[in-house]
Design a protein around this ligand. Sequence first.
Ligand SMILES: CC(C)(COP(=O)(O)OP(=O)(O)OC[C@H]1O[C@@H](n2cnc3c(N)ncnc32)[C@H](O)[C@@H]1OP(=O)(O)O)[C@@H](O)C(=O)NCCC(=O)NCCS
Length: 314
Amino acid sequence: MLVEPLLRPAREVPAFTLVELTAHMRRLLAERGEPLAPAWPEIAAERLRTGELDGWVAEEAGRPVALVLFSRREHRAYGHLHVEAKEARVPLSRRLTLHALHHMDPAILRADLGTTGLSEVEDRELGGALTQTPGFEVVERHGLLRTLQLDEPPRTPELPPGYEFLPISAAPLDALDALDRRAFRGGADESLVADSPEGNRRVLERILSGELGRFLPEASAAVARGEELVAFLLTTEESARAGVFADLAVDPAHRRRGIAGALLQQGLRALLALGYGSARLWVTASNTPARELYRRVGFERERTAFIFRWRKPR
Ligand SMILES: CC(C)(COP(=O)(O)OP(=O)(O)OC[C@H]1O[C@@H](n2cnc3c(N)ncnc32)[C@H](O)[C@@H]1OP(=O)(O)O)[C@@H](O)C(=O)NCCC(=O)NCCS
């Protein structure tokens, strides 16, 4: 007889069991270029125990086989589903996700959920299953890779006349933040990372402070025309071998002039000079301008991940 896995609140699950799950989850995230701090598994387990993070664990014959966790910020929740079950993985994922949302603070109006442990095919199936529930949509994201070789250095970047590169340290946080919001407004990624001005600024601060991987000012840059900041590229370290383009923004009034292309060439050359063997980044599948830009500078798709987005039906 098939016994349905038992769903338990994570705060009732022993810390060492939670750490097994969160450590595996962290490893899978790191493997696909989304590093978390080394101490994250223990910190997350502790926060699950205290209820600071919402979480549910699925158990099969007393063994933990999946975890879903959410952090809350105002009316929004950011979650992650990690699956280790051997069988019926997609139905279990759907059940665990819906169960967690059902038990979440009613003040939460919106939740974004990533996954680890599922194959691309299973993720797509899960997307199909979840979107049958009102309020769900699936955001497909592509992890891109560009390898770097000394005998084939990236092109020398060329900006259009009147524009100049500035070191990223010359661009104040306020100006980066304002430009970032201007650039993403109305586009495919508008609310992917942050949906409030404070949230956007916080993400930039996290990138610049190295919280999301060591910040690489040498491989980051800004572009100005006169006094006006018109574009920037922020680059972090993923590992000793790879850099990550964490944010790229060009002011809408200055697009299609080759500025983003030049920034990327500049970033790639700097990464190569610093000894990195590749550059990685994530792009939303529906962001056609960015995908076309990255294809032009030699990035190729390495992996696909999904964000399951839920908005509370009114
Ligand atoms: C994506 C973005 C950075 C491109 O900036 P840009 O300075 O206009 O890009 P470039 O002028 O260097 O474009 C280089 C090439 O990319 C492609 N491209 C750029 N914008 C495009 C668009 N709207 N549609 C189709 N292709 C486009 C083209 O191949 C272009 O070459 P071409 O102009 O000779 O045809 C800019 O649109 C932007 O800031 N978007 C919002 C933020 C964002 O999505 N950032 C990336 C997140 S991963």
